[in-house]
Ligand binder design. Structure first.
Ligand SMILES: *[C@@H]1O[C@H](CO)[C@@H](O)[C@H](O)[C@H]1NC(C)=O
Length: 201
């Protein structure tokens, strides 16, 4: 692949959905203990406990990111901070986000922090969706998804040196790393919700 083609790849950013509501998005990596702590202690418990209470104008997103990529024998291959296992798990997470219509974030949470790809496969649902995720994670579809996440990261969160990097409507929010519910309940779309009453006394 020529350097020019790689440059084009880097520009193949999925259209960022611009919606009127509030967005909390997290950038992280599968083998990072700090990302794992946040995902397991904050993100997933918060999502599971309150997802039915969220405003329809509120969205949570998770981006597993590589550090870059290169051409290997004509195929694009991502690189990840903690090596190939992390890339495999990151791909499994992002393929879950793409192919699970419902609670993909719970599957992402299950995969987070695992030590091996086969362990990650055990997190997948035993359904057609699960099969699609595995196929995606083991093919170019997964490589490109991860590359898209990297492009997105450097466009939307160019300063994201620390992971997990949490942004609320495009701005870094460090406090959210330990106080996700409080931060979510401060948002316009959420503040009047019953679940936020005790936060906003
Ligand atoms: C959250 O939603 C559930 C089910 O929709 C409801 O039973 C519960 O009362 C809600 N909790 C809060 C705190 O709003």
């Amino acid at each position: 692949m020529s350097p020019f083609y790689l440059f084009l790849l880097f520009l193949s950013i999925p259209a960022v959905s611009v919606s009127a509501g509030d967005l909390i998005e997290v950038f992280g990596i599968a083998r990072c203990p700090d990302t794992s702590r946040f995902v397991k202690n904050q993100l997933v418990p918060f999502y599971e406990k309150f997802k039915t209470n969220f405003s329809s104008d509120f969205r949570l997103d998770f981006h597993a990111v590589p550090t870059g990529g290169h051409d290997v024998k004509g195929h694009y291959v991502n690189k990840c901070l903690h090596g190939a296992v992390e890339c495999a798990l990151n791909k499994l997470q992002m393929c879950s986000k793409k192919h699970i219509a419902g609670d993909w974030l719970v599957v992402v949470g299950c995969i987070q922090g695992l030590k091996s790809y086969p362990a990650g496969l055990n997190c997948l649902p035993d359904t057609e969706e699960g099969k699609k995720i595995k196929e995606c994670a083991e093919s170019e579809e997964g490589e490109y998804l991860l590359n898209d996440e990297n492009s997105y990261r450097y466009n939307v969160a160019p300063g994201s040196a620390w992971l997990p990097w949490i942004q609320v409507n495009g701005e870094r929010n460090k406090y959210a790393e330990y106080n996700l519910k409080t931060v979510a309940c401060g948002l316009k779309s959420m503040m009047d919700k019953e679940m936020c009453k005790d936060e906003n006394k």
